[in-house]
Design a protein around this ligand. Sequence first.
Ligand code: GLP
Length: 260
Amino acid sequence: MEVIISETYEEMSRLAAREVARMLNSKPNAVLGLATGSTPLGLYKELVRMHKEEGLDFSQVTTFNLDEYVGLTKDHPQSYHYFMHENLFKHINIPVQNVYIPSGTTDNYRAFCAWYEQRIREVGGIDLQILGIGSDGHIAFNEPSSSLGSRTRIKTLARQTIEDNARFFEKIEDVPVFAITMGVGTILEARQIILVANGEKKADAVARAVEGPVTSMITASALQLHPDCTVFLDRPAAGKLQMIDYYQWVQAKQPGAPKT
Ligand code: GLP
């Protein structure tokens, strides 16, 4: 894994967005995997800026979101459908038919999950997957003890996740208990992965994901098995990394590294 440490959240978001732009410039019809949560907001803001000011083009892009709460309709302000529309899609030129988000209101979850996986395969797989990380080390909604080979399915949220996400709802009882989520196995098939994390609250999860053993107890640790995964952090989120000096050394020496 490559670890890139920034001084600020804004800089972290800019560097991560630059990676997405690089992908779109080399492959205008790229397939992006998208995440929700407060962490990628800066990244999406930067992509919107690049679209408006620099002409970053999404007209041929296809996107697949990681997850959705079960039971929330598309227009529910806390649904991930709503989040994506408000924070990204309505500001860029992506065709609506190219946007895929798991349904939280289907009447057949099993069939929907199979269809979602099939659609990802049919478009040629995900080129670049964006991830955040939960404070319990989860990616998407793959809670501790999720199989590292898991596919898109229904998961029961951990208490920790419900508590963490309660800040977006009026009361904790309103947080859905179930979610539909891509599996760890689904995520690992993306050709490139970037994970963004900021703030001290994520420092433990980040250290265990990047430097701890690969374990289903920290599903983000499975990213260690991926050949092209970059972790973008701000300084507080990097605070518990043992190898921080090495990551910064690598970052500083990077301009001199062979390019081909
Ligand atoms: C939810 C999402 C994850 C996200 C996590 C962290 O659980 N399913 O994809 O990474 O929240 O959210 P935040 O960035 O708000 O800390």
